[in-house]
Write a protein that binds this ligand. Sequence first.
Ligand code: ZN
Length: 268
Amino acid sequence: MKRFVLPAALLLLPVLASCAAEAPDDAGASAAPPPAPAAEVHWTYDGDTGQDTWGDLSADFATCSTGAAQSPIDLPAHAGVRATEHPRITSTPTTAQAVDTGHTIQLVPRTATSRVEWDGKNFDIAQVHFHAPSEHTVDGEAMAAEFHFVHATPGGETLVIGVFAEEGPHDNQDWQPFVEGAATPGTKDLPFYVSAMLPEDPTFESYVGSLTTPPCTEGVRWIVYTTPVELSADQLAVLEEASHGHNARHTQPEGDRAASEGTVILEH
Ligand SMILES: [Zn+2]
């Protein structure tokens, strides 16, 4: 199991403030965002409508090319500060349905029974989806996959929890419902329990970035766990198959952004 080590120097830099973000297009049915015209624009990861062209495909996608605080980035980001407040995650078991968006598979819970409390705000879960290989990289290297737990406030601010996955020797039963949904998306109810899907090591790195898919909206708070979960080779193969080749955006310039290291408080 790989784990990346954060720089020891913890400079007292101001924590980057998050600006209001629009609800992500892919926030899922439970968030019920109004359909954006840009949702109709066809985009891909490679080829004529590939990621280097996203900003030109629609005026609504312009931030993909003009934004200065885009995601993903290479970790660990420089000049880390220690988060002064612990994000608090609470979740209870529910069920979810697997939806094929054409770009990824997302599990949409029937009820938003998982919440992140941070910085005086409550972010409720909308959906969980995956990228293979990972989008964030560690010292320039991608991991096998990365899961994104997309959360939003009622006002439309977005927080995404990123969890890396690497190959381990056994099937990961906590992630088997997701794998099953990725293999056969549909209306079947799948067990869904966020607490069980998170890494045991609560250490994370946080920064402010963007959605990694069009419209690449900025002001997204990222919490990326530093320790991956382990899935079996067979489970990862299902994700790779469902990624339509691959579905990872390239890392974006870090710019003058600083990241903070911290630990999550997980309440069962
Ligand atoms: Zn994502």
